[in-house]
Design a protein around this ligand. Structure first.
Ligand code: NDP
Ligand code: GDR
Length: 347
């Protein structure tokens, strides 16, 4: 007899939580998604995906920093799989709030691991690890056995959670898996992250609602993929025979500057770059108008200069591979932001 699988997704109000919940519901799971109590909870992402009223989706309040609440959550849920996606996930903020970041992004994962150990050690656990753990990179491209060198309080907190997942796997036989995911973006990306900030601003500039896009370091290179494909990878990681660590990436890297050029191209504006360093500006090649300039406030105290992942293990073991090109992803995001800004609404 086939029984319905029950999954817990922490951070359902975030980008990945929304896409993963959608995927699991499509696969017939009963999904419990957790969200934090705030004065006005915002479910715009699951609303945009049209799953907020799905009969197999249950939304429950839970804060990752509360161990007793995590234990009760597992006692009440009878889950077979847990995907820990909740985090203070913004690298820039982690420099201003290192302790909160450590508590949520680092210790929060251990609260769940402890709850699993206490309530039901058979539950499979996915930890949302990150390419930020490679930080000041020690090899190109980065793969599962590349040495870590995190460059932000966020990266350090994630590295702690990563090793604790490995440690609970080795110490207690828990099916604890770690997905080291490189940047993945989508129309559901938060506007504080650089790709969405760019596509939203480009849409506003095209519609005459904004004059100039202000950015920090244009030279940073990232390996950007499409979030919807990466949540499929998370699911495959938990279906494998053995618990393990996997890199998910596209194996292509581009600069922030290149992404800006690409986004303007999607609205038929050619960008010409002039000057260098903090004086660099991006101009409309036809009119000469300044559309992009640098603001030092978006620089970070320590930067991750170059990320490019090697997803060969995920392809070989899980059959997972990124499909969407960066040009396709950028176009999709710009079109979504043009639609939202034309309708006068944008989260
Ligand atoms: P988001 O920032 O979009 O979502 C994070 C989620 O965590 C939100 O739902 C947020 O809730 C929730 N959250 C924050 N603090 C707490 C807390 N104390 N208790 C409970 N929930 C909390 O991130 P993404 O969806 O982009 O990423 C998902 C995970 O994957 C994160 O852990 C991130 O660090 C990691 N990751 C992401 C990558 C990416 O490129 N997107 C790459 C590699 C790893 P609220 O809405 O209330 O803020
Ligand atoms: P990142 O993503 O730090 O890689 O973390 P983000 O989009 O914030 O930055 C990418 C790069 O762009 C540079 N940059 C700017 N960034 C932002 N946010 N705003 C700007 O104005 C700006 N100008 C230049 C940054 O300095 C950086 O080099 C994301 C998050 O989703 C993490 O949770 C996740 O773990 C990693 O990706 C993989």
């Amino acid at each position: 007899m086939q029984t319905t699988k029950r999954a817990l997704v922490t951070g359902i109000s975030g980008q990945d939580g929304a896409y993963l919940a959608q995927l699991l519901l499509e696969k017939g799971y009963e999904v419990t998604g957790t969200f934090r109590r705030t004065s006005s909870v915002n479910f715009w992402r699951i609303e945009e995906l049209g799953i907020q009223d799905h009969p197999n989706l249950k939304l429950v309040e839970h804060d990752l920093t509360d161990l007793s609440s995590s234990i009760r959550l597992l006692q009440n849920g009878r889950f077979s799989e847990i995907y820990n996606l909740a985090a203070q996930s913004f690298v820039g903020v982690s420099f201003e709030q290192p302790i909160t970041t450590a508590e949520i992004t680092g210790l929060g994962a251990v609260n769940l691991l402890e709850a699993i150990r206490i309530v039901d050690p058979k539950i499979r656990f996915y930890q949302a690890s990150t390419s930020e753990m490679f930080g000041k990179v020690q090899a190109i491209p980065q793969k599962e056995d590349t040495p870590f060198y995190p460059r932000s309080p966020y990266g350090v907190a994630k590295l702690y959670a990563h090793w604790m997942t490995v440690n609970y796997r080795e110490s207690y036989g828990i099916f604890g898996c770690s997905g080291i995911l490189f940047n993945h973006e989508s129309p559901l990306r938060g506007r504080e992250f650089v790709t969405r900030k760019i596509t939203d601003s480009v849409a506003k500039i095209k519609l005459g609602k904004l004059d100039v896009l202000e950015l920090g370091n244009l030279d940073a290179k990232r390996d950007w993929g499409f979030a919807k494909e990466y949540v499929e990878g998370m699911w495959r990681i938990l279906q494998a025979d053995q618990p393990d660590t996997y890199v998910l990436a596209t194996n292509r890297t581009e600069t922030v500057r290149d992404f800006v050029t690409m986004a303007f191209k999607a609205v038929d504006i050619a960008i010409e770059w002039r000057g260098e360093g903090e004086g660099e500006t991006g101009h409309d090649a036809q009119t000469g108008k300044v559309l992009v300039r640098i603001s030092p406030k978006f620089y970070r105290p320590a930067e991750v200069d170059l990320l490019i992942g090697d997803p060969a293990k995920a392809k070989a073991v899980l059959g997972w591979e990124a499909q969407t090109t960066l040009e396709g992803l950028c176009q999709m995001m710009v079109e979504a932001d043009l639609r939202r800004n034309t309708a006068g609404f944008s989260f």
